[in-house]
Design a binder for this molecule. Structure first.
Ligand SMILES: Cc1cc2nc3c(=O)[nH]c(=O)nc-3n(C[C@H](O)[C@H](O)[C@H](O)COP(=O)(O)OP(=O)(O)OC[C@H]3O[C@@H](n4cnc5c(N)ncnc54)[C@H](O)[C@@H]3O)c2cc1C
Ligand code: SF4
Length: 530
């Protein structure tokens, strides 16, 4: 049974359930059945499933708990508190690419757009055919978990009342253009269309982990150590026996794990945490993938119906029409003025005039299902480092997506389109000029990519020579050490990943719970017999 949801689920927490590492004045030494590292999509889901199964669970989370009542809507303040490196993290390689990750209770689910997509069947088939994951990870295994998540987290289509013009126009235009687009399905319990998902929902409507599975797990007896960074997993021989962490106040937090340690620190942090813990798999850090995204803006005439990005679900409409053929997915996105301003071309008077017409600016975007693979490394001082360079075919897909968005904008009546591609004029004024985008340079440094969907680097597979975790999510050769986030995904998906991450994590946690319960039963029988 889950605890009923509430707008204020993060306010009514059991006494002693939260240990705040910013306020901690002493070292801690404690023991639980399972220690979960990370409280984002993967960690919170696993912690909730494990507590529901009757296990005692500790969650170790590096970031603070940003409660709904404290959410700040200005980007600078919000990013400084809840984004990793205040949102300044980048992927390296031939071009720097900004990479956003939440670093707070709820992880990236606090700052994301709540779009829920089940893993496409062709991806699961590919995982079976090329990576040997079936039948352990199959549609049949995952479906009950998707069903449960959708019930728990209120997955539904964006309500027409809060769709907003940026989203509505996209759906209309796609249909005129001859392909299908639709309002998104999201984790939503009463979205008010404030367009503020990126800085955290001020209404408690977005069903991110900090207002759902984390408080629900605490209500079932779990404990969370916030602002505590897991330094490494403690191994005894080939068995994981606990986690060593340091609180933001500088104290050591040692948590012993009677049964297992579950790593859910996200695609970049999990592989490096395994490395710091002494895991030495050949595949560790390799095969990193992403869905680099790019957004394009357009200015509509002031005589037309205002777009008003400040109203409507932050991301409310999408099309997967080109996912398999062209390897991109189209989406809308409403940017807050602080971020939209940075993408508006021009300086001085020209810029001021465009800013004055912000109500008539629309932004549509594409997520590229890039084939490129990168490497997650540990850099100077233990910092996370990722080398990732988009290939020619990926850039061709990006260019095609941008040209399509440009054409759709003009057909919808835009006066100006802003491609944001180096080598192409910053302002296009007619549909004929879109051919300049079609011929844009195939050079990664020319595009304004941003990475928010991350995969791989601790791949799942039956063979320890080519993968890091086995088909039960356990690190090859290390008993009791599990990885349940998208670092275990053998490939990217072509759709937004949170839902698939949670379904995989829930599947892993329920299998682990069964193992723990039978171990418990065996120990009890032995005790009674002796
Ligand atoms: C701006 C943005 C928008 C997005 N929009 C969508 C969307 O609409 N739909 C969708 O499907 N996906 C979306 N995504 C992606 C999605 O949010 C992520 O794929 C998903 O949250 C990843 O889950 P995770 O549990 O692996 O990582 P996270 O959710 O990022 O959680 C990892 C947690 O682990 C913690 N952690 C890391 N290292 C340590 C350590 N050493 N010790 C303790 N804790 C640690 C982090 O602080 C973090 O809280 C978006 C992402 C971003 C950034
Ligand atoms: S659009 Fe606003 S109300 Fe809706 S989920 Fe996002 S932040 Fe919450």
């Amino acid at each position: 049974m889950i605890t009923p949801p509430s707008e204020h689920a993060d306010e009514h927490l059991p006494e002693g359930a939260v240990v705040d590492g910013e306020l901690l004045m002493r070292s801690i030494d404690d023991a639980f059945d399972v220690v979960v590292i990370g409280s984002g999509a993967a960690g919170a889901t696993a912690a909730h499933a494990l507590t529901e199964a009757g296990l005692s669970v500790a969650i170790v989370e590096e970031g603070p708990w940003m409660k709904t009542k404290d959410v700040a809507s200005d980007v600078h303040t919000a990013f400084g508190r809840i984004m990793r490196q205040s949102g300044m993290q980048v992927l390296g390689g031939r071009a720097y690419m900004p990479m956003l990750q939440g670093r707070c209770v709820g992880g990236s689910t606090l700052v994301n757009s709540a779009i829920a997509w089940r893993i496409p069947e062709d991806v699961v088939d590919d995982w079976t055919a090329r990576f040997g994951l079936g039948p352990s990870v199959s549609m049949k295994e995952l479906e009950p978990h998707f069903d449960a998540l959708e019930r728990d987290l209120s997955v539904r289509e964006v309500d027409a009342a809060v769709l907003g013009e940026n989203n509505r126009l996209f759906v209309e235009q796609a249909s005129k253009h001859g392909f299908e687009a639709a309002p998104m399905r999201r984790y939503d319990r009463g979205c008010k269309g404030s367009g503020l998902c990126l800085t955290g929902c001020p209404n408690g409507a977005k069903q991110g982990m900090s207002v759902t599975y984390v408080p629900w797990a605490l209500a079932h007896g779990a404990r969370i150590f916030t602002s505590c960074t897991a330094l490494h997993v403690e191994l005894s021989g080939s068995r994981a026996v606990g986690v060593r962490a340091r609180s933001a106040s500088g104290h050591l937090v040692t948590i012993h794990a009677r049964h297992a340690v579950v790593v859910a620190a996200s695609t970049i942090q999990s592989p490096n945490l395994l490395r710091r813990s002494g895991v030495r798999a050949r595949a560790l850090g390799r095969h990193f993938q992403a869905h680099p995204g790019l957004a394009m803006g357009a200015l509509f005439p002031t005589t037309s119906r205002p777009i008003e990005m400040a109203f409507g679900a932050t991301q409310g409409a999408e099309s997967t029409h080109f996912r398999r053929t062209e390897r991109f997915k189209l989406e809308t996105i409403s940017l807050p003025p602080d971020l939209a301003g940075a993408r508006i071309p021009g300086v001085g008077r020209e810029l001021s005039e465009r800013l004055a017409q912000l109500a008539h600016v629309g932004v549509w975007a594409a997520q590229i299902r890039a084939e490129a693979e990168g490497v997650v490394k540990t850099g100077w001082g233990g910092a996370d480092r990722v080398d990732f360079t988009m290939g020619k075919r990926d850039l061709e897909a990006a260019r095609k997506a941008c040209a399509l968005i440009g054409r759709m904008f003009f057909e919808a009546g835009a006066r100006e389109v802003w491609p944001g591609i180096y080598g192409v004029p910053s302002v296009l004024r007619s549909i004929d000029e879109v051919r300049l985008v079609e011929n844009a340079p195939l050079e990664p440094r020319s595009y304004n990519f941003i990475a928010t969907h991350l995969f791989g680097a601790a791949r799942m597979g039956p063979d320890p020579r080519s993968s890091v975790v086995d088909l039960d999510f356990q690190v090859h050769g290390v008993d009791g050490l599990y990885v349940v986030d998208s670092s275990v995904f053998p490939t990217n998906l072509g759709v937004n990943p949170q839902h698939s991450i949670m379904a995989m994590s829930r599947l892993a946690a329920m299998r682990l719970a069964r193992t723990c319960m039978s171990t418990r039963a065996i120990r009890r029988t032995r005790r009674e017999a002796s």
